[in-house]
Design a protein around this ligand. Structure first.
Ligand code: NI
Length: 172
């Protein structure tokens, strides 16, 4: 089932989310819903607070080539355990900040630990777009958005645009 994606500014997007202790059918269903919502948007990552659930859960799939098989990843309690000194710059966007993009610098490579949908501990090194995406999504679990890396003036400009968009959508 597709879920409604919250648009910035929303207090739920600024919260530190709680760790997941027990995997339930409800949480697995939420992960499936989040993947469906992400693919439908379309996007390459989605964090639980973006659908109004303040649990440490993210989903991502950065396979973009036509014809390549999808690689949906579900991560409960994801944690960055190592990050490279080397950085990379990507133009980032966010499903909670539609139509707005900005170049963000982040570590080029990160090692991430998480619990998969079967409750198994997993660990993997991510590079390229995957590295940027997983860091962007984990930021969401700490109430941080990509625009928080921008200068205040630019951030305020984007926030005002989003307030206007929300007013327009409310009227529609
Ligand atoms: Ni985002």
């Amino acid at each position: 089932m597709k879920r409604n994606i919250l648009i910035h500014p929303d207090p739920r997007l600024k919260k530190v989310c709680a760790p997941v202790s027990d995997l339930s059918d409800e949480l697995r269903a939420l992960a499936d819903d989040m993947l469906e919502t992400m693919y439908d948007a379309p996007g390459i990552g989605l964090a639980a607070p973006q659908v109004g659930v303040l649990d440490r859960l993210i989903v991502l799939d950065c396979v973009k080539e036509e014809g390549e098989s999808p690689r949906p990843l579900v991560m409960f309690n994801p944690e960055i355990i190592a990050a490279s000194d080397e950085t990379s710059v990507y133009e980032e966007g966010c499903l909670s900040i539609p139509e707005q993009f900005a170049e963000i610098t982040r570590p080029a490579e990160v090692e991430v630990e998480w619990m998969d949908r079967n409750g198994h501990a997993r660990r993997e090194v991510f590079t390229g777009l995957w590295a940027t995406c997983v860091q962007h999504e984990i930021d969401h679990l700490n109430g941080k958005l990509f625009i928080d890396y921008l200068k205040p003036l630019k951030r305020q400009m984007i926030t005002r645009k989003m307030q206007k968009l929300k007013r327009e959508r409310a009227r529609a």
